[in-house]
Design a protein around this ligand. Structure first.
Ligand SMILES: Cc1cc2nc3c(=O)[nH]c(=O)nc-3n(C[C@H](O)[C@H](O)[C@H](O)COP(=O)(O)O)c2cc1C
Length: 401
């Protein structure tokens, strides 16, 4: 049975959620599921904004058919050619043979790459600022390259001030009846997934997100309709401000995130001794994570959130303990920058981790390494306890500075 939702009297949500998928992009755990959103505007001409992942295709077509109420589909706009939004595009064309596919030149190239379908006479190529009128609604298009693929664009309904934002402003998490962010406790229940989605999916492309935000700043936005997660119609500025912070690599929390890589628990012990020392000095919201336990996508997200990061690692076969090594490479891949970092190392015969971690961090932009570091030779002794207290002093001084 169809279950589409109403956004405005003539704008409908046709999406569905996948609660079974374990890994989004076969990489990111999504215990809360994920929604794939598509939207239909019923005007003199009917216009569909994007399609959906194959996993929810059946429900999507039931919704589309019910929503169209026997009318034909005139346009389908492809804001983003990634298969989680476009896998069902050809099925749309086959079901509605007269439909015109709207996208930019790069979109059309990608359609050719992904599918074997001759679109001659069925496509409309749009550029920055072009408009398309469907009756009461006039839509304009803005390119958003690398948010999150090169062909990405957004569509703005100038009549009702709706931004169809593609992957921007999306989040992991299945929708449960409520379509709007103001119908949920977004900050409490969704924000950490929204941050994890942003930082891992587009975190690398801060300057490109900034370029899109500058375009959006010129628009009167009453609704944001993303391709994943809830729709925004209230407090839109709050969410845009989060995007400002994330895309400029500005920390949200002025506190210390401690991540440790530990085989037998002694490096973990050092991390906790430090965390306790920080707490006694009045630092709040300290976070401690085991790099072997907390998923990388969560750790990357936390690195975007916190101003100060302490990395503590055992030496492992003359290298960095592998989960910590993987984290460092992921931090680099996601462009983590503008952070203050301190290092703790451990090793029973030739500790190397500090030197090697430092070398990795030097490849990242604007990472300020605290001079103070702590070396353990197997376990925390009195000398290291004192050194950890001193590291806490240095971190507190830096936080206050
Ligand atoms: C597989 C393996 C390889 C190791 N390689 C080194 C090494 O190259 N150099 C060193 O000084 N210690 C090495 N160690 C020792 C650990 O770094 C050391 O025992 C450290 O105290 C472990 O800290 P943890 O208790 O937090 O796991 C190695 C330990 C393991 C299990």
């Amino acid at each position: 049975m169809y279950c589409y939702g109403t956004v405005t009297p003539d704008l409908f949500w046709l999406g569905d959620s996948d609660r079974r998928l374990a890994l989004f992009e076969n990489a990111y755990p999504i215990p809360r599921g994920v929604s794939y959103n598509a939207y239909l505007v019923m005007d003199e001409k009917t216009i569909l904004m994007d399609t959906v992942d194959r996993s929810v295709g059946e429900q999507f077509f039931e919704n589309l058919e019910a929503c169209l109420k026997g009318r034909n589909l005139d346009y389908v706009v492809i804001n983003h050619m990634e298969p989680d939004h476009c896998a069902t595009l050809i099925d749309v064309i086959l079901r509605y043979p007269g439909v015109t596919v709207v996208g930019n030149a790069k979109t059309m190239t990608m359609i050719d790459q992904f599918f074997d379908f001759d679109m001659t006479g069925q496509s409309l190529i749009v550029k920055e600022g072009d408009t398309l009128c469907t009756g009461r609604h006039t839509f304009t298009f803005a390119m958003a390259p690398m948010v999150h693929w090169p062909e990405a664009m957004v569509t703005y309904d100038m009549s009702d001030k709706v931004l169809f934002s593609a992957d921007a402003f999306g989040t992991f998490g299945a929708l449960s009846g409520n379509l709007f962010a103001d119908q949920m406790d977004f900050e409490h229940d969704w924000l950490s997934d929204a941050r994890r989605y942003y930082t891992n999916i587009v975190g690398k492309y801060g300057p490109q997100v900034q370029a899109l935000l500058k375009k959006a700043a010129n628009l009167d936005i009453q609704y944001i309709c993303p391709l994943h997660g809830p729709i925004w119609r209230e407090n839109v500025e709050w969410y845009i401000d989060k995007y400002q912070k994330w895309s400029t690599y500005t920390p949200e929390v002025k506190s210390v995130l401690v991540i440790y890589g530990s085989v037998y628990g002694h490096t973990e012990n050092a991390a906790l001794v430090l965390a306790g020392a920080l707490s006694r000095r009045g630092v709040t919201n300290i976070a401690v994570h085991d790099a072997s336990v907390t998923h990388l996508s969560e750790l990357v997200s936390l690195c975007f959130q916190y101003s100060h990061i302490v990395l503590a690692s055992a030496t492992y076969n003359n290298g960095i303990f592998t989960p910590m090594e993987t984290l460092l490479s992921d931090m680099k891949a996601h462009n983590v920058q503008n952070r203050t970092v301190a290092i703790i190392e451990n090793g029973s015969w030739a500790p190397q981790a500090a030197k090697l971690m430092r070398a990795e961090l030097e490849h990242m932009k604007n990472i300020r390494l605290l001079e103070q570091s702590v070396t353990l030779k197997s376990s925390v002794k009195e000398a290291q306890r004192v050194a950890l207290e001193e590291l806490a002093d240095a971190l507190v001084a830096d936080l206050q500075g």
